[in-house]
Design a protein around this ligand. Structure first.
Ligand code: C2G
Length: 132
């Protein structure tokens, strides 16, 4: 039973998110998604359109998502890997150069998948005339 973990805000869910989640699940048997809390986002200067509970509800309805947990700090990732018996952490490759994940390589496999070009939550907001 290979267990996969990924992190994200997943606001205004779009096909870029879905394709990431689908590929992440395909790497194992069980997919845990850690969704950023509203407080964590505020700390990053981000405000999502949907609040945490709504983003969690939407993700839990996706058939290849097995479990959704809160992401409330940058520092929780190692606890998440150990606490959930994670074999692989998967992120889009916009995170490949970040130092937020590389230390996990001692504890689990780390996979960065190509992002889906041409779509992002901020672009959707801009296209709809909202704040970026
Ligand atoms: N993603 C993608 N293609 C897109 C947009 C997003 O593959 N067109 C991926 C991102 O690379 C990320 C995941 O979908 O792996 C979630 O993206 P966001 O909701 O934008 O999450 P992010 O703001 O990157 O937060 O601690 C890590 C953060 O929580 C990640």
């Amino acid at each position: 039973m290979k267990r996969v973990l990924t992190y994200g805000t997943f606001d205004l869910l779009h096909h870029g998110h879905i394709r990431l989640l689908k590929r992440a699940k395909a790497l194992g048997d069980y997919l845990v998604v850690a969704v950023s809390t509203d407080e964590f986002n505020a700390g990053k200067g981000k405000t999502s359109y949907h609040d945490y509970e709504t983003r969690k509800e939407i993700l839990e309805s996706i058939r290849f998502v097995d479990e959704v947990i809160p992401e409330s700090s940058w520092e929780q990732k190692l606890d998440d890997v150990k606490g959930h018996g994670i074999d692989i952490v998967v992120m889009g490759d916009d995170w490949a150069d970040s130092d937020r994940f590389d230390y996990l390589e001692e504890y689990c496999e780390l996979v960065f998948l190509p992002r889906t070009e041409g779509v992002s939550t901020s672009e959707i907001k801009e296209d709809l005339g909202g704040a970026g």
